[in-house]
Design a binder for this molecule. Sequence first.
Ligand code: SAH
Length: 360
Amino acid sequence: MKANLLGYDAEALQRFFLEQGEKPFRARQVMRWIHQSGEAEFSRMSDLARGLREKLAATACVEAPQIVGDTLAADGTRKWLLKVDGANAVEAVFIPEASRGTLCVSSQAGCVLDCAFCSTGKQGFNRNLSTAEIVGQLWLANKELHREVSSGRIISNVVMMGMGEPLLNLDNVIPALRLMLDDNAYGLSRRRVTVSTAGVIPGMDRLRDECPVALAVSLHAPNDALRDRLVPLNRKYPLRELLAACNRYLEKAPRDFVTFEYVMLEGVNDGDAEARELVAIAARVRCKYNLIPFNPFPRSEFRRSGPERIRRFGEILQRAGVTVTTRKTRGDDIAAACGQLAGDVADRTRRRVVLKEVRA
Ligand code: SAH
């Protein structure tokens, strides 16, 4: 099988060239071709000797997932459905804003965590995405967006907030993050690359040591009783330990706060009492809260909190001196909003098995 160089970070690519008996600086050249020029054909990499180009064409390839769906929302949000193998497709979403362009990237086909309010969780879990499949989402989006010459749209931020739990796939996510940060690839700042987790503590510690980027934690509940229900992973990693892990992470993070995501579910977690509990949590971890109005999906059992309730909830936090923002819902007319990414995952049965391992 040919080596898919799309998923090779600087170190892996240098090793690859050394093994081929080539100079390691070839890695930098080829990396620029692949990620900055979006080039997939070695024959067109004009500053490589012809012999090397032919050798590469025989031993390697640059292969991204295949775009099988491309939808544009009224607000400019764009969603791609990407086939990663015969049975699985994942989604990536581009969200244009005045001052930045954010790409929301998936890390797994499906998810084991089964959060009560999340559409991806209802799909079950099938498999981890490879590094090439993760970074391939950015590679494809860049190409697609540059094709619209006049739009001037570019990707300045990446959030690992698509399908899956990135911290359960760190072996593949970390090299993808390194490529996002590498000046010879995408050159994004550490502060503009965000990993979002439901609270996988060992993964937080590993990310902190190996590739610290901005961190978002899906909190969604201010106490264990409620969080056990909404985010089942909490039964394994309860709040006390999660908050301690956040503080360890902050020792090495590029930002001096953690973003706590908080989905607003009517009558479930949106009362004044919960807001006050969040104030108490903010005294234990440097954080910002991001309130996410719940995005419904077919057969979801929750309702979105009303605008007045969300305003009042945010006000309690704000009056206590806690930073809070409310996420604008983007792309909901094409099911591209948070928690609506479903892709197409074949295996709906394995989740229960894997969950036992996760919870054990
Ligand atoms: N597994 C990671 C990455 C997913 S990020 C994590 O849990 O953080 C997706 C974000 O959207 C998470 O904060 C998730 O909890 C939230 N979310 C999931 N379903 C949602 C829904 N229906 N409405 C709003 N937000 C949702």
